[in-house]
Structures are given as C-alpha cells and as structure tokens.
Design a protein around this ligand. Structure first.
Ligand code: GCV
Length: 658
C-alpha cells in the first residue's frame, strides 16, 4: 500500500517463494488468500504457482488435507525432503499460517531437510483490543492511549469506508504474526460507540469483511447499560427477563450480519463504566447473561477483571488497589459459563514497567482466563521511547503461580494485547514499536518461546538484511537498540517496582508525587526515611498473601523478595541493602545515570545505521531518539533530585544531582 510501511511483510520477504514453483491444493476463502499471496510474489520475482495440478516438479506444496486437528483448523505441519517443502493443514487458517512460516524461514525453507514438524497455537484466541473511539473524545481523542495517529478503523465519526483497504493490509500483518481476533472499539464505550451494537452494526460488518480474508474475527466492546441506552428499557439488571431477552435478540441480529462474529468485550463497574453492582448482582451474573446471549451463535464474552475503587482516600492505608481484582473475582470461581472468559491484566495494577504477575492468574482454576498485556506504550514511553516489551511479557507468560502450569498455559481463554497501532504510515508511530506487536502475536502462539528469537525474526523480516558484512551489521545494530530497551526504560523511570511516578492524566514524563495524594490508589509513600508500599501479610495490606504459598513466602519478606519488586511489596529505608549489595538510594542514583547512558548509546547505535535503513524510517526513529534522550534526562534529574532532597543521602560517586 502506497505511503505505508510494509512492516514485517516487505516484498523482499517473499523473494524465496516468488522465485520458485509452488503447488496449492484445496479450496476455500483462506486458500484463495494463500494463492493470491504466492501469485503476487511469483509475478514480482518470476516464479510459478499452480492450483490443484496433478504432478510436476514443485519446490513448495501447500495443501489442505481432510483430517480435522481439533485446533480450529489453525495447526499445520511443515516438512522438507527430496527437494520439496510441504505445508499441510486441515483448515484454511492453518495453511495461511504455514505460508507465513515459510516466509519467516526465508531461503532456509528451501534448504536441507525438516520434520515433519507440527505447529499449533498454544491458545485458540490471540486478540488485539483497540481502544479506538468512533467519535473523537474530548479528553482521550480518537484512540484512548493511542500514540500512532488516528484510528485505523474510524475517522470523521464513521468507519473508514473506502479506506478500509488499509484494514485489509493490517489483517495481513496480523495473520503473519499469528493474531486471529480484533476488538474494534474502546472498552470505555461512549454514547456514539454504543450504537455499533445495533443501528451501526453495518460498519462493524464492513471491518469484519476487510479482515476475514486473513482469518481474523471481529469482537465488539459493548456497554453493560445497552438495554437502557439503546433499547429504551428501564433497567440493565442481568437477571431481568426483559433485559436478557433484549440481549438475546440484539445478539441474534449481530450474527445475521456478521456470522463469524467473535463476541463481546466488557469493562463493567470500572472507572465509571456501568455494571451489575448497580443491581446488587455479581460479575458472574453480568458475564453469564451475555454469555447466554452469545452461546447459540458460538460467541464468547470477554469480561474484564480490571475492577477497583478509583475514588480511594489516599489517607487510608488499608485499601490496596493491587488486591482488588483478586478480592472481587476469586470468590466467583466456578460460576462463569464456559463461553465467559475473564480477561485479567497481567499485573495487579495497570501495565506499569514492572509489576508482579497478577495473583488472580492461577487462583481461579474453574474459570477460563485470558491474560491482557499492553502493546500501546501508555506507561512505557508512549512510542516516543524505544521499549521492546518482549522480555517482560515472556517473564509473565513463563511465571508459574505454583508448581505446575505457567501463565501462558493457564490463559485458556486467550492472550490479548491492547493495540499500539493507528493510521500512522509506520503503523505504530515509532517504527521500532512494530516489534512489540509482532512479538505479542508470536508469543501468543507460543508463550514459552524465547522472545529474542522473535525479535530476530522481526528484524530479518522487516529489514531483510543481506548475507553480507553490512547485512550482519544492520541486524546486530537494530538488535542492540531493541534487546535491552525495556530494562533501560525501567532504569531511568521507576525503580524497584514502585511505579506511578508519572504525570497524571496523560502519563508521559516524570512527576514523582503526581499520583501521591490522588484517589487512584497509586502511591509510593516516600518520606525522609524510606519508600515503598508495605503489602506484606504481617504488617501491610496483605496483598502478598494472595499468592500461592511458595510465592507468598518469597514476596512476604524484604530479604527474599526479588530486588526489582522490592518497593512494590515493602516499605524500606533508603539505606536498606538490596540483594545486589547496593543500598536502595544508591541503586536509584546508579540506575538513573545508567539508563540515560544506555539511551545515549542506543541513539548512537541507531545513527551508525544511517545508509543501511530506509531513509524515512531512519529519520523517524532518529527524531524519536531526540525526544527519548531529552525525556530520559528529565526522568534522571527529577527522580535523583527528589530522592536526594528527601533522603539527604549523597551519591557515593559524587555525580551531579540538583
Ligand atoms: C481504556 C488504564 C488506562 C485507561 C484504560 C484503562 C482500562 O486506567 O489509563 O485509559 O481505559 O486502563 O484498561 O480499562
């Protein structure tokens, strides 16, 4: 698409396929997509593709086989022998994922011998939630927490109409990293957006049409108050027969226009959104009402667990926002219908740069959970800073709440990321933020994989470096900029898991006390002696006790708590000695100086790649690095000065603090 970055699907990535002879066997819409992809590559590079031909020498065979695999047709086998590469799948999606597997392998797909290897996604649902508004919101704009321009789906108060071609291109990118579902509007459902469910469902259907060729199903965020707002009823009580009937009928009409509609996403009783509490009903009552309406059509409700009191009194140290999701939902375990998925943020607070894994995950064995991460960089530099989140997500997904399954396996209801995409020509504002989207998709397919492998894949696909010294320099250079960027960001922002020292509202840039005396439940409690939140059972809020015994024990004591989470779990003095051997205050100073130095180094590294990277992309990242460095220095100076002034403890190395 003209003027739009091809991201991880540049033409060049298809050269190995496009120069060869391919046979495609089978029929169906996604097989047509596979055929179109290969045909286009052949037209460009001179190869040949045939459909359902009997024999002949082929380098690549992509075939639909009859056998059902029980994975929604998404699995495929990959094999190479006797000079031929074969992808076999029992469903169109599997064939498409197999094709993209071949694209990822590049020339290697046609060399040596492989397999047969079985590839199947760990989770059946790999979704992006767009916090997109149809009408520009006076405070949150077109995309809430969006840092990549306007919405891909909505503009001027409507679905994009003829511009939906870009949505098709988006679907293609998503399929190429394994994502199969998209929620098209903000979980904060405002008045205009509420109507997408009823009189404006045609616009959602148009988006679904654009994404369907790539196997992507559409979901819709709905307001719990819809029966009142849209249906004219006097109540939205989930146990009221009239309300239940309204949802059943409305949902049937949705499926008339979108037969493969995925289901609803609901934020209820959270940050001002309506919910079942108003009627004295539980969240299981609310979710199950929608699940019942969706069930006859095979749909699912994703019910968010992000429920907490955002009108807290900061003077009251007994209320702990971190406890909220567990306290609300664990008593409901076993009460949710099978097609009601509880969607849990990966940490107990809200996508900070460092949080422990939510104790809810693992504590509800009789409930299908989906785990939600945030690709949009609300608290991690807003796509002005490089911050590759692969290692953070991987830590979460590999965390074992108890002996047994890891989070990636416990997320039986799927893996979800809040999208970082907009109508920006580079899709994600910061071109390197594409790596987050790509890595999320790949991790959602294989949560126990090494995320650095996906980073390498993304770099090779996106930059298509040649097998030369310069190509190797390009690959290594981009990797050096991204690989450690999350830890760098952590260093110059929030130390030791404390979080929230951001500017209130928009959340960009430092403000140590910005949220300290606010109703949001987001405090660090720094005084002249120490800092941190006591969440121990013995003397604090008891949050540490929400974990299974082994972890509860680790988190309970400052002696055993991992350094990076110390201030999340404990209030300690500035001279408390970390497991690293440093005092807390010296750690704060050191990491903030180091963080800025690492940004300086990354910026230079990027500058040295000029000439190897497409000029427009290079320029955009260069411009972002200027801002990242300015901002990192501001973080360093504000945080260090604040804690020097609070503690009165000098930096052991005598560096400049204000
Ligand atoms: C969509 C945070 C964000 C909100 C967001 C909310 C949520 O509080 O700041 O913008 O609302 O999370 O996940 O619902």
């Amino acid at each position: 698409m003209q003027g739009v970055d091809p991201a991880w699907l540049p033409d060049e990535a298809f050269r190995p396929i496009g120069t060869r002879r391919t046979l495609i066997r089978g029929s169906g819409p996604l097989v047509d997509t596979v055929h179109a992809e290969v045909a286009e590559a052949c037209a460009r590079f001179g190869g040949r593709v045939e459909r359902d031909a009997a024999a002949g020498p082929y380098d690549l065979v992509l075939e639909l086989t009859g056998a059902e695999s029980g994975s929604g047709g998404e699995a495929f086998t990959f094999e190479r022998g006797a000079g031929r590469t074969t992808v076999a799948a029992c469903g169109g999606p599997g064939l498409l994922y197999g094709l993209f597997h071949v694209v990822r392998l590049r020339e290697a797909a046609f060399q040596g011998s492989y397999g047969p290897e079985e590839h199947r996604p760990a989770s059946a649902l790999r979704m992006l939630d767009h916090w997109d508004n149809v009408a520009v919101h006076p405070v949150m704009g077109q995309v809430e927490r969006g840092y990549a321009g306007g919405s891909l789906f909505w503009t001027d108060g409507r679905a994009r109409g003829e511009l939906l071609g870009r949505v098709g291109a988006y679907g293609r990118l998503l399929a190429a990293c394994g994502i199969n579902a998209v929620a098209v509007n903000n979980v904060n459902v405002h008045e205009t957006e509420a109507h997408l469910l009823t009189d404006r469902i045609g616009e959602v259907a148009a988006i679904a049409d654009a994404l369907r060729p790539y196997g992507i199903r559409v979901h819709l965020s709905v307001t719990f108050a819809a029966p009142m707002v849209l249906g004219g009823l006097s109540t939205a009580d989930p146990l009221d027969e009239g309300v239940r009937g309204w949802w059943a009928e409305t949902t049937s009409r949705v499926y008339e226009v979108i037969p493969d509609f995925g289901g609803y996403v609901v934020k209820a009783d959270s940050e001002g959104q309506p919910g079942p509490f108003a009627y004295g009903r539980s969240h299981a009552d609310g979710a199950n009402m929608l699940a019942a309406a969706l069930d006859p059509h095979g749909g699912t409700v994703h019910w968010r667990a992000f429920v907490y009191n955002h009108r807290q009194d900061w003077r009251d140290r007994t209320t702990d926002r971190a406890r909220a999701a567990y306290d609300h939902f664990v008593p409901l375990d076993g009460q949710f219908f099978d097609n009601a998925v509880l969607q849990v943020k990966h940490g107990p607070m809200d996508f900070q740069v460092r949080e422990p894994v939510s104790p809810l995950i693992g504590a509800m064995p009789r409930t299908r959970l989906a785990v939600e991460v945030q690709a949009t960089q609300e608290y991690t530099g807003q796509q002005r800073h490089v911050c590759w989140l692969g290692p953070m997500w991987s830590e979460v997904l590999r965390f074992r709440p108890e002996a047994g399954a890891a989070v990636g396996e416990l997320a039986r209801g799927g893996l979800v990321a809040v999208s970082n995409v907009g109508d920006d020509p580079f899709w994600t504002g910061h071109p390197l933020a594409q790596a987050n989207l790509y890595t999320f998709g790949r991790l959602a397919w294989q949560p126990d994989a090494n995320p650095y492998r996906f980073l390498d894949e993304w770099i090779r696909l996106t930059f298509t470096p040649e097998r030369t010294e310069e190509g190797a320099r390009l690959e290594a250079g981009v990797s050096a900029v991204l690989a450690g960027s999350w830890k760098t960001y952590e260093k110059y922002t929030a130390p030791l898991g404390v979080g929230w020292m951001v500017q209130p509202g928009h959340h960009y840039g430092p403000s140590v006390d910005g949220y300290e005396y606010s109703p949001w439940g987001t405090y660090h409690f720094a005084d002249r002696d120490g800092i941190g939140v006591d969440r121990s059972v013995a003397t604090g809020t008891g949050y540490a006790g929400q974990y299974a015994p082994a972890w509860a024990k680790v988190f309970e004591s400052p002696e055993t708590c991992p350094d990076e989470l110390l201030l999340f779990f404990h209030h300690v003095s500035y001279d408390h000695v970390l497991r690293s051997g440093k005092t807390v205050i010296q750690h704060i100073y050191d990491t903030h100086f180091e963080g800025v130095e690492e940004v300086e180094k990354a910026r230079e590294g990027w500058a040295s790649l000029a000439g190897l990277v497409d000029p427009a992309r290079h320029a955009r990242v260069t411009e972002r690095f200027e801002e990242q460095l300015r901002s990192a220095r501001e973080w360093r100076d504000q945080i260090n000065s604040y804690f020097l002034r609070k503690s009165g403890v000098a930096d052991a190395h005598g560096r400049r603090i204000y």
